[in-house]
Design a protein around this ligand. Structure first.
Ligand SMILES: [Zn+2]
Length: 531
């Protein structure tokens, strides 16, 4: 981290200082003036004490004198010692600057300079460039450090620059903010802009209220909508950037550092160019989308006043396609609960006339869970895929009976009562000296064909009133007399049980009843023998 560069450099400097203290003479050749000073110091410290040499020369001199000499030498040594000082020589990038009393003097200067930089550049990370400072210590007799001059020279040599955090997309720097927190805030806001569910509910609210181009009202209504639609649930599975996005630390001019909001706007606006369009006569949403090479989604999202697909010539549409500098790709999982339509099953019924049908079981819809994976870029749908389909409840089929019986117009030879809930009111045979050639029935008014056949006659017959005669094409015919009205016409093919008319009181009749006859090969027979 560049912000801590000074500290680490300082540590390095101190370490090299310590090292140099240990091998003081190793860098002797570098500076003549210093070397001479070194020599002086070395001479004082490392030369064999004088008194020892003298004692060898003088040999057995008087002890008192020797003692006096010894005392003098000791005092001299004391004097030398109390006038021997340690100073520190300061080098910047290998160039000699001057001397100071101690390393801390330089450190203090740096601290003061850094503090001043920070105070003069609020809100911006500033870095002080001190160069590489190295130190060399010297211990010498009556030497003094020129601290003030050295510090002043150093202070003038210091440079400073701002430290900016760049958002870099595919190698291109989009701009600088003051620190990494600001940069990551921007990236987070971009992601939540297009995939709001990434944030927790509380965060989302905060982010939405702060977010570019959004207002609280919209955010609220969006949340309400999400809350009320229980059949749909969207969760974010993945969100990221399409491009390679890096945050890097750079030295910059303080003026290029943008406010967080400013850089966010710059990125989200990107190369977006506002586009308006006035609807022409004959336009449609799809046609306009095609004409501009944009998704219909853009038209609907930008122009929420459009209902269904109704647009009118003269409407002004916003066709602006968002093109931020960074592309947020999100993968959403959409869960929908949907109805399963009841299937229809047909069953054959050969006693039901062909073409007729009857529902014998009403179906009921089932339900299923559909899971879609929706990939979006900057909120625009890129792809939509059904990934799972799970039946929650099976549908109940509708069962319809279909008649398959073909009416041949040929009797079966077995006869059915032509009246439901019948009562026989007069039997077949002789009565009052006359032949009663049929059976009289009362009961329900609907008169039904006693067997399948072809309607041979419909009309009024003397004594019978309104009459229908059916030829069963098997040697049998049936007659239905005293009808009130007819339901068939001559030539109709009828099935057994088909309605032929309504019971009445026409002709020579006493009260409402059906006169029913069965003819076998042209002669009447007793119907009750056949029913
Ligand atoms: Zn009769």
């Amino acid at each position: 981290m560049a912000g801590f560069g000074d500290m680490s450099r300082m540590k390095e400097a101190v370490a090299s200082f310590v090292k140099k203290l240990g091998s003081n003479r190793s860098s002797k050749d570098s500076n003549t003036e210093l070397d001479q000073q070194h020599d002086t110091a070395d001479a004082v410290i490392s030369t064999t004490p004088l008194w020892r040499k003298k004692s060898i020369i003088i040999g057995g001199a008087i002890l008192a004198v020797s003692a006096a000499v010894i005392i003098g030498v000791q005092q001299y040594q004391q004097y030398i010692k109390s006038n021997t000082f340690e100073i520190v020589h300061v080098y910047q990038d290998g160039t000699y600057i001057g001397s100071v009393e101690k390393v801390e003097d330089v450190q203090q200067l740096i601290e003061e300079e850094e503090l001043e930089l920070a105070n003069n550049n609020p809100g911006i990370s500033m870095e002080l460039k001190t160069g590489e400072l190295t130190y060399e210590s010297e211990v010498g007799y009556k030497i003094a450090a020129d601290t003030e001059t050295t510090l002043s020279k150093l202070e003038q040599s210091f440079a400073s620059h701002a430290v900016g955090v760049a958002i870099v997309v595919d190698g291109k720097t989009l701009g600088y903010v003051k620190d990494e927190i600001a940069a990551s805030n921007i990236l987070n806001r971009l992601q939540t802009q297009y995939a709001p569910q990434v944030a927790t509910a509380e965060d989302a609210r905060q982010i939405q209220s702060l977010s570019y181009n959004a207002n609280e009202e919209e955010a609220d209504s969006a949340q309400q909508q999400a809350a009320t639609n229980e059949d749909e649930a969207v969760t974010i599975k993945d969100v990221g950037f399409v491009e390679k996005v890096d945050i890097t630390l750079d030295q910059v001019e303080p003026t290029v550092i943008l406010e967080e909001e400013e850089l966010y706007k710059k990125i989200i606006d990107g190369s977006t160019k506002p586009t308006k369009y006035v609807v022409q006569k004959g336009d449609c949403i799809g046609c306009i989308a095609h004409k501009f090479g944009i998704s219909e989604q853009v038209i609907y999202e930008n122009n929420p006043f459009i209902e269904g697909d109704r647009i009118t010539a003269g409407d002004e549409l916003d066709l602006t396609v968002r093109m931020p500098d960074i592309t947020v790709r999100s993968v959403e999982q959409l869960v929908e609960i949907e109805e399963i339509a009841p299937p229809i099953e047909y069953v054959k019924n050969d006693s039901m006339r062909e073409g007729e049908s009857k529902t014998i079981q009403e179906g009921a819809p089932g339900s299923q869970r559909l899971i879609y994976e929706i990939t979006k870029e900057n909120g625009y749908i890129l792809s939509e895929e059904l990934v799972e389909k799970e039946v929650i409840e099976e549908a109940v089929p509708t069962i319809i009976e279909k008649g398959t019986m073909i009416i041949a117009g040929t009797g079966t030879g077995s006869f059915a009562y032509p009246v439901s809930n019948y009562r026989v009111s007069s039997k077949y045979g002789k009565r009052w000296g006359r032949m009663h050639s049929g059976v009289d029935f009362t009961g329900d008014k609907t008169i039904k064909a006693s067997d399948a056949g072809v309607v041979e006659f419909v009309g009024t017959k003397n004594g019978y009133g309104k009459t229908v005669i059916i030829d069963h094409k098997n040697g049998y015919k049936t007659l239905y007399g005293h009808l009130n009205s007819y339901s068939v016409s001559e030539g109709d093919k009828v099935a057994k049980g088909d309605k032929v008319g309504v019971m009445g009181n026409t002709g020579r009749s006493t009260g409402v009843h059906l006169h029913f006859e069965i003819w076998k090969n042209g002669n009447t027979v007793n119907p009750l023998s056949y029913l």
